[in-house]
Design a protein around this ligand. Structure first.
Ligand SMILES: NC(=O)c1ccc[n+]([C@@H]2O[C@H](COP(=O)([O-])OP(=O)(O)OC[C@H]3O[C@@H](n4cnc5c(N)ncnc54)[C@H](OP(=O)(O)O)[C@@H]3O)[C@@H](O)[C@H]2O)c1
Length: 386
């Protein structure tokens, strides 16, 4: 059986070979949609990777959060996009783009008999779904990029949390694995087995930015812009990581253009960021007077306020989450991942949030409401003896 390390090594070798036109599936003459040559033109690249323009890209999904950003960026780069989804969500988007309708759980007939240079799979969550899409597309596409997740690492205690850190729960037999992270591990395996050295797997942390309906990052620019005394959970030194959706989208297209296979932690920012740096960094986007009061994790947990539930969006760095906020993304950075500044992300996210507020369509999904925050601050002052 091929190990992860062997796969990465083999994948890099094949990427080099592909750049030289040595892999049959990556020959530009064979990569046209519906057998038409001409899409996916390779040009010489001094970095040693391919540098393909005019790619035909099938996106499984494309209309939720990541999808619209990646579609816009890919179109701006001159690529040809096909979307495959159930035709339910944001159907008004991208009238100029080809749309195929089906359900990846049981109906991929719209994809039969077609060919693409690359598949970008944002909407796969379990090995059943990946079994169907990979089975159908392994001979119909050169590359398969699967959006996985940081949650594949259910234990974050490894000293270096790079792509070789242990995956999935080690206290449960694989036959009983269930839930988001374990299913993503099993789904990744299906892609690797089907596409081999043509596989790209990207493992993002919390994805933030305009369009993020989870509210996990958005809460902070919003709350800080409101001003006053802001409760911040935990310790100012707690490590925090995230990725802007536009940085992620640009990375995806870059990987496909460069034909860079492999597994990547797509985690930002480039340098370690503490919770204090996060909130003070966000404060830079507002002129509203604001102060921060740091409230102990255990005090909050005793009052039912839990990390990532009521308290977005980082974890206390202890127990199995010891290095959750210290993922190593050096491989992704070497492959071309870049990062917008925090202030730009915060400003753009707040501007986007204002548009949905104006449309009257928003209910907060996480974060403290003002009454709860005030109550907790009062109790905390009592405990802290102020
Ligand atoms: N948000 C985060 O912080 C975060 C962090 C790490 C990883 N991720 C990963 O990011 C991915 C989510 O990306 P996204 O939703 O923003 O992607 P997207 O490319 O915007 O795709 C979402 C679209 O997929 C379609 N879809 C859903 N189920 C489908 C099905 N059964 N068959 C066909 N189409 C289906 C939906 O359209 P229809 O309703 O029209 O079918 C939906 O609009 C997931 O893989 C998730 O694990 C997210």
């Amino acid at each position: 059986m091929t190990t992860r390390r062997e796969f990465i090594g083999g994948a890099s070798a094949v990427a080099g070979a592909a750049a030289l036109g040595m892999t049959a599936g990556c020959d530009p003459a064979e990569s046209g949609q519906d057998g038409d040559p001409g899409s996916g033109t390779a040009t010489a690249d001094p970095s040693g990777g391919g540098n393909r323009s005019g790619l035909s890209i099938l996106i499984l999904g494309g209309t939720g959060f990541i999808g619209p950003h990646v579609v816009r960026h890919a179109l701006a780069r001159g690529h040809e996009i096909t979307l495959f989804n159930r035709g339910r969500t944001n159907t008004h988007l991208f009238p100029e783009v080809e749309k195929l309708v089906g359900d990846r759980n049981d109906d991929l007939t719209a994809l039969e008999g077609r060919r693409w240079d690359a598949v970008l799979d944002n909407s796969g969550y379990d090995p059943h779904q990946l079994g169907l899409s990979v089975g159908l597309l392994r001979d119909a596409a050169d590359q398969y990029l699967f959006t996985s997740t940081r949650a594949v690492y259910t234990d974050f205690t490894a000293e270096v949390m790079n792509e070789d850190a242990p995956l999935g729960p080690d206290d449960i037999p694989e036959s009983q694995w269930d839930g988001y992270g374990p299913n993503k591990v099993l789904a990744e395996r299906v892609v690797e087995e089907g596409f081999g050295a043509r596989t790209l797997i990207v493992r993002p942390p919390v994805i933030v930015g305009p369009g993020d309906r989870s509210d996990r990052f958005t809460y902070w620019p919003y709350r800080i812009d409101e001003g006053g005394e802001v409760l911040v959970q935990g310790d100012p030194t707690d490590p925090v990581q995230f990725i802007d959706v536009r940085d992620l989208s640009e990375f995806y297209i870059h990987l496909l253009e460069q034909q860079t296979p492999g597994i990547f932690n797509s985690v930002g920012p480039a340098a370690p960021l503490s919770a204090a740096e996060l909130v003070y960094g966000i404060r830079a986007i507002t002129a509203t007077p604001v102060s921060f009061t740091w409230v102990d994790w255990d005090f909050l947990a005793e009052r039912g306020q839990m990390p990532q539930a009521q308290l977005p969006f980082w974890q206390p760095p202890r127990g199995r989450y010891l290095n959750y906020g210290r993922m190593d993304s050096s491989r992704a950075i070497a492959a071309g991942l870049t990062f917008r500044p925090l202030a730009v992300i915060a400003r753009d996210t707040l501007d986007w949030h204002r548009t949905r507020e104006e449309a009257g369509e928003h209910q907060w999904r996480t974060g403290l409401d003002r009454a709860t925050e005030a109550q907790l601050l009062e109790e905390w002052r009592g405990v802290a003896g102020e």
